[in-house]
Design a binder for this molecule. Sequence first.
Ligand code: BES
Ligand code: MN
Ligand code: ZN
Length: 484
Amino acid sequence: MPTVSLLAASADVIAADAVVVGAVRAAGGARIAPGARAVEKAMGKRLAAALATLEVTGRPDEVVRIPTLGTAPFPLLVVTGLGDDPHDAESVRRGVGAALRTLTGHGHVRVAIDAPPGVIAEGALLGSYAFTAYKSAPDRRRLRRITVPGSGAGARREVAHARVVAGAVAAVRDLVNTPPNDLYPQSFAGRARSLAEAAGLAVEVLDERALRRGRFGGILGVGAGSARPPRLVRISYRPDRPRARVALVGKGITFDSGGLNLKTAKMEQMKSDMGGAAAMIASICAVAALKLPVEVVATVPMAENMPGGAAYRPSDILTFRNGRTVEVGDTDAEGRLILGDAIARAAEDGPDYLIEASTLTGAQVVALGPRVIGAMGEPAWRDAVVAAGNAAGEAVWAMPLPDDLRPGLDSPVADLVNVTGDRWGGMLVAGHFLADFVPAALPWVHLDIAGPAFNTKAPWGYTPKGGTGAGVRTVIAAVEHLAG
Ligand code: BES
Ligand code: MN
Ligand code: ZN
């Protein structure tokens, strides 16, 4: 990650490899957003003329590059669209992020936009992410320093916070982007351990023998068809005098082939099926780095859903950690099976709140599109998490758990079945399934991040193609909300 330096907003000498300014949408063409005085001074009337020539509109994701040809102390000016409101924090994050996506080879980039330093730093760091681990000859030019306007202790605190958040998002993106031939339950557990130990956290990894001893029938059932056995990772952060105790649970399917109910579409996207697990691992590390006064325990089940000779079958009945029995109607509804066990285990600690995140259903993408997280659960806690996530810049929307959908999960032979006989309300049905494993008095929320976790389309704002880090900022913000 590049370093972030602060420079008083009033500084008018600008030396950098590139300078980013904002453009705001306005009647009769874009205007330059506040914060660019020094740039306007250096370039004079030429700047407005250049914007008119280039027909800059200021719409989001419009990024225009202008070489300064010796007229300014920086060789490249980048004008990024902020939309209608330059005071909206998320618009600034996205605009700055979109600009930084095009500048990953420029050593030093200065952002000249009048916005809180933490907002600019977060957008810039999120946008400057690149996944190069598998490139045999990665570009050696690299962004090393980002300068944002601001000064003083408050500004330094904001930037430090942005670094923690962006670092957590980048860690999730790296894990999701890592291909499933290298990221499988054992190696994923190893990466989780390294991240957690680096954050000073206690880690416990249950291997397949420990899972059998612990009667984790859901995790073992789903993992049975893979040559790579499942794991359950437990990470704990225990500060002195916590104000609340939160359990985090995330779906860690390192690859979802569908199992014997083999997928017939989009299987190549299913390396992202551990995005919820990665989000929880990174979030607990971030909560520790921020030293929040909230106790957090992450319970993360990891399995590969494959159709090998030992695979679980449609019509199998699995017995879970908490004694519940589940008839397998479809081996491709595997996430809820590993999560049932993990939620039951997490609840044994008696937490005050539960947050679970998973790439659980294609129905989420049908209902809300690829960018909006669906939130289900106990209404008050669900709404608190939605509000925290929205304030942090993630799109999260509350969804109901209609009573009439629950009987569809009744099984004639077991306590419940993992799918209903039709497609209706698939995201909500999955929420009902999870609810069965949550103790009655525990406030819980389920975040379905199936679409948002993995961007299959063009990059936008600070969001790259591939792993996005969806959910992390919502979880951190929800824990911060409890910290007060
Ligand atoms: N991992 C998938 C859900 C998914 C779909 C994630 C698209 C990301 C993008 C999940 O395990 C799954 O296969 N769900 C099934 C459930 C169905 C069998 C009830 C689905 O959504 O089709
Ligand atoms: Mn599946
Ligand atoms: Zn899945």
